[in-house]
Design a binder for this molecule. Sequence first.
Ligand SMILES: CC(C)(COP(=O)(O)OP(=O)(O)OC[C@H]1O[C@@H](n2cnc3c(N)ncnc32)[C@H](O)[C@@H]1OP(=O)(O)O)[C@@H](O)C(=O)NCCC(=O)NCCS
Length: 155
Amino acid sequence: MTFPTLSLPTGCILRRALSNDIWSIRWLVLSAKLDPTQLLWQQFWVIECEGKLVACGQLRNFSGAQELGSLVVAPNWRGRGLGSFLTQHLIRMATQPLYLECLGQQLADFYIHFGFVPISFENIPSSLKHKFRFSDLGKKLLGVPVVFMEYRAGS
Ligand SMILES: CC(C)(COP(=O)(O)OP(=O)(O)OC[C@H]1O[C@@H](n2cnc3c(N)ncnc32)[C@H](O)[C@@H]1OP(=O)(O)O)[C@@H](O)C(=O)NCCC(=O)NCCS
C-alpha cells in the first residue's frame, strides 16, 4: 500500500526505543489502559517531542506473525498525526504477516485507513490465537467490542 507522505511536527523525532525508555513506555501504556504485558523495549519505536517521550508503539513477535501493539500517543499530543506516523512506520517495519486487536469501531476505522481489515478470530494464526483468546471470550460472552484485524498490503 502506498501511503501519503506524513511528517512529524517540528521538534519531534521518531527513533527506536532505548532501555531507559521503558518507564515512559510503561506509563503511556498503563495510562491508556492497554495490555501491560510483553512490553519489551527492544520491540518499541517511540516519538520524542521537545525532549519528552510522547508516543510509542511496538511489533510483538510470534511464530510466523507479528502484532502491532501498545500504540499510544500522550493525550496532549493527540490529533497532530503522531499516531498515524507511527502506525505507518510500524507497518513498514513489519517482516511477518501483521495483526492487531482494538476496541470499538472508531479505532477499527483508524486502522482500516492504513490497510487493515477486520477478520474473524478463526482466521488468526495459531501462534497469536493464544494471546487473543481472552479478548475473544470477552467478545463472545460479554459483548466487548473487540475487533481483530489483519494488514492487507493491497487493500
Ligand atoms: C489512537 C491514537 C494512538 C491516535 O493517535 P493520534 O496521534 O491522535 O492520531 P492522529 O493524530 O494521527 O489521528 C488520525 C486520525 O485518527 C482519529 N483518531 C484519533 N484518535 C482516535 C481514537 N481514539 N479512536 C478513533 N479515532 C481516532 C483522528 O480523528 C484522526 O482522524 P482525522 O485525521 O480524519 O481527523 C491515540 O488516540 C491514543 O493514544 N489513544 C489511546 C490508546 C489507544 O486506544 N491506542 C490504540 C490501541 S489499539
